[in-house]
Ligand binder design. Structure first.
Ligand code: FE2
Length: 480
């Protein structure tokens, strides 16, 4: 019988549930992690693709599972489901508590109506992690952050991240800016209002900086920073709020309500200190989840991001499609937009052909400034998941690639070497090895892309989303 590697469909294992939770397991190491690598890599992502008896429909619906790797004298691994209200309901009531992005609640219409009236949003946080001071939170696009113990990954309580803001949800991707964080909150009515706000890095109350009002309801996943500006990339894709409202009865979901808007892609440039509006600049339609970086040059703002042709980048991420033998997925390319601040439209150039995702930089050093290296997960062949990690010079030049035959690498997280060490840094990535039915933590030299070390896990993790490294070389955040 042909193995999944030979048939090329092993990526399907990345969309299979892992119920086993492990605590502080020492991993065997092949090769050598740098001696300076001390701290903890915590990532978030799917753990289960069912809520009780209900099969979840969309990748973003999966129940969140935290995974952590602690580097001291060895490498210790833990993984644990986040005990959100959604998770508890799935386990105790065998179903979906509140509407997930692509799966309706398993509850009678009158219960869904009451939920709609009482703002009962999902609290299943599978997208990323945030640290405010000593508080670690698992987050998604929801009002709720779920606090956890970084040592054990045990859920402690949940925090209303919209408190003090006139918003329904806050974004999962935020920026560190010295002693504060910057983020966006969203409130929906017939249209949408985005609020740029700051929060002290040590935790505390948010302060709104400015509000952006839209007559339609565009979807925004992340934004970019330069030294002076916050650049909000407004997708020409949004929510039909009527579909969302009637979904209380019909069972239509957030994903069902996603529609193309008859608009260009827009970059809204804001002063990142005062929130003042600087410019709104149009570009041909495209859909953007993630930014690599942005910076100012000669009266322009340069924005590097992964751009898809249209909203299928979101609507195409159903689990049925992702598990298909030949998944139909649009390609995201790494593109560079040059945004004039004195009139005219933005120009666009492809820096690296996709499909690529998970752009990563030396965030602490390079975010908002001209830079020389970025990293991506790259997909070749008919696969739902990346097959390689690449290093790209954003101004053009050589591309360096790392791949593990038959393996599917997750987001590459950059960890800078301490200043007194003559190293650039490393990339950490969790690679799915379907043939061995397990995942492997891999460490690459971020300059050469040579593999330095790997630590196989005792089991397979579903393919994950975003993580952060917390340790001495990094003050709080390794990515936006
Ligand atoms: Fe994301």
């Amino acid at each position: 019988m042909a193995s999944e590697q030979e048939t090329g469909t092993g990526y399907r294992r990345g969309f299979e549930t892992q119920r086993e939770e492990l605590q502080d397991v020492s991993l065997s190491v092949e090769g050598h992690f740098p001696d300076w690598l001390r701290g903890r890599y915590i990532a978030n992502g799917p753990g289960a693709f069912e809520a009780g008896d209900t099969d979840l429909r969309h990748w973003f619906d999966a129940l969140a599972m935290l995974r952590s790797f602690t580097f001291d004298d060895g490498v210790r691994y833990s993984n644990r489901f986040v005990r959100s209200e959604d998770f508890r309901f799935a386990r105790e009531q065998d179903g979906v508590r509140a509407m997930l992005p692509g799966t309706p609640a398993d509850r009678p219409p009158w219960t869904r109506l009451r939920q709609a009236l009482t703002d009962a949003f999902q609290d299943n946080p599978s997208v990323g992690v945030v640290r405010y001071g000593d508080d670690y939170l698992a987050v998604t696009e929801s009002p709720w952050g779920i606090r956890f113990d970084p040592e054990t990954l045990e859920t402690t309580d949940r925090v209303d991240l919209t408190a003090g803001l006139d918003c329904d949800v806050t974004l999962a991707h935020l920026h560190r800016d010295g002693n504060r964080f910057l983020n966006l909150g969203v409130s929906y009515d017939r249209g949408a209002t985005y609020t740029l706000f700051e929060r002290p890095a040590a935790g505390g109350d948010p302060t709104p900086l400015t509000r952006l009002r839209f007559e339609d309801a565009p979807y925004v996943h992340s934004f970019a920073l330069t030294e002076r500006y916050a650049v909000v990339t407004v997708n020409p894709v949004g929510l039909d709020t009527t579909t969302l409202l009637t979904g209380v009865v019909t069972g239509d979901t957030f994903i069902d309500a996603v529609e193309p808007l008859d608009k260009p892609l827009r970059f809204v440039v804001l002063d990142r200190t005062t929130g003042d509006h600087v410019a709104t600049v149009a570009a041909p339609p495209a859909f953007v989840y993630h930014h690599a970086n942005a910076y100012e040059t000669d009266g322009e703002v340069v924005v590097d991001c992964v751009a898809y042709p249209d909203e299928r980048a979101m609507t195409g991420l159903t689990l049925a499609n992702l598990r298909a033998g030949a998944p139909k997925l649009p390609s995201g390319d790494l593109v560079r937009y040059r945004i004039p601040l004195d009139g005219g439209d933005a120009s666009r150039r492809t820096v690296h052909d996709g499909p690529v995702e998970f752009p990563m930089i030396d965030y602490a050093r390079d975010n908002g400034r001209p830079y020389g290296r970025l990293y991506l997960a790259e997909t070749r062949g008919e696969s739902s998941l990346p097959t390689a990690l690449v290093q790209v010079a954003p101004d053009g030049g050589t591309v360096t690639r790392w791949a593990d035959a038959g393996g599917y690498p997750g987001e590459p997280v950059f960890v800078p070497a301490p200043e007194d060490i003559d190293d650039y840094g490393v990339l950490l990535s969790v690679v799915l090895d379907p043939d061995a039915d397990r995942s492997v933590l891999v460490c690459l030299d971020a300059a050469s892309m040579d593999e330095l070390a790997r630590a196989p896990l005792p089991h397979r993790l579903p393919y994950g989303f975003h993580g952060q490294f917390y340790g001495p070389p990094v003050d709080g955040r390794t990515m936006n």
